[in-house]
Design a protein around this ligand. Structure first.
Ligand SMILES: Cc1cc2nc3c(=O)[nH]c(=O)nc-3n(C[C@H](O)[C@H](O)[C@H](O)COP(=O)(O)O)c2cc1C
Length: 179
């Protein structure tokens, strides 16, 4: 899941590339991005919106989550946090022991890596298992091809090793148990 709401989102481009790589390795993937993650602002007085269900349903069978998040003001975008908050209220709870690969892309030199710092505290609170290393693509306005492939060899190598570590952890944990 991830990307921003704007059409030309660099993070959505990166997400697309990761989806193709995972599918190429034989994994079933559901990509939820952009408008699919534009949920009403969380309000406990509202009924759970139908738009929260595709994410919750996908996570019911998922053996791992790749979260591709922009960085806004050294933090995380509100629409993604909002979607996570909605899903955290639903049963079965899909978060405990879920392996999560944190990814980001930014035109900046840090590649949006500070978003991952904030995501870690939220994911820890949910009982998910974030990989120790996150993937950050710096200078993404020039370092991501149209199809989301990094053009810089260092970013390409970082991407492959992040995916390897993620798949390795997911395989070790097996199908995680939902509470
Ligand atoms: C409100 C706002 C705050 C931002 N803050 C940061 C930041 O702290 N660090 C950073 O690297 N980029 C920051 N950016 C730039 C985004 O990384 C950039 O717009 C990026 O392309 C957003 O992701 P997207 O391409 O997926 O929409 C910010 C952008 C916005 C709109």
């Amino acid at each position: 899941m991830g990307g921003s709401l704007r059409k030309a989102s660099l993070n959505r481009r990166l997400l697309g590339h990761l989806v193709r790589l995972l599918e190429g390795r034989g994994h079933g993937v559901i990509a939820l991005e952009g408008e699919a993650l534009r949920l009403p602002l969380y309000d406990a007085d509202l009924a759970v919106p139908d738009s929260a269900k595709p994410l919750h349903d996908s996570m019911a069978w998922a053996e791992g989550l790749v979260l591709v998040s922009p960085e806004y003001n050294a933090g995380i975008p509100p629409h993604l946090k909002n979607a996570v908050d909605w899903v955290s209220t639903l049963k079965p709870n899909p978060w405990p022991n879920l392996p999560v690969l944190l990814c980001s892309a930014s035109p900046g030199a840090l590649g949006g890596a500070r978003a991952a710092i904030t995501w870690r505290s939220t994911l820890a609170n949910l009982g998910a298992i974030a990989l120790p290393a996150n993937l950050a693509i710096p200078h993404a306005n020039t370092n991501l091809a149209e199809d989301g492939t990094p053009t810089d060899p260092r970013s390409q190598a970082a991407l492959q090793s992040a995916l390897d570590a993620f798949l390795d952890l997911a395989a070790k944990l097996g199908t995680h148990s939902h509470s």
